[in-house]
Design a binder for this molecule. Structure first.
Ligand SMILES: [Mg+2]
Ligand SMILES: [Zn+2]
Length: 98
């Protein structure tokens, strides 16, 4: 599945509720899922739950993009030509090493 197809699927499933809720409240749901992912990464849950939390975070990020009218597949083209910092496919930037 392409990112665009996933975004369209999420839009079809949830767009009415998402637009009624709005960006600010949707962002809070996204943040809650990021917290759940943090707990899963910290090993507080099992492997199946870790996978589930990655899915939840991505779905809520896609939801936010829908509410904001952002085409994520188009936005992601900033990475398709290489690292946005150094332009290389294998990044040579020294920032964010830790
Ligand atoms: Mg979750
Ligand atoms: Zn780089």
């Amino acid at each position: 599945m392409h990112i665009r197809e996933f975004q369209q699927l999420i839009d079809r499933m949830y767009s009415d509720k998402d637009r009624a809720r709005g960006s600010a409240k949707t962002f809070l749901w996204f943040a809650e899922e990021v917290g759940e992912l943090a707990s899963a990464i910290a090993g507080k849950t099992d492997r199946a739950n870790l996978e589930e939390e990655f899915a939840d975070v991505l779905a809520w990020l896609v939801t936010l993009a829908n509410v904001e009218g952002v085409d994520l597949e188009r936005a992601l083209t900033k990475f398709t030509g290489g690292c946005p910092g150094c332009g290389e496919i294998v990044c040579r930037c020294t920032a964010k090493m830790t």
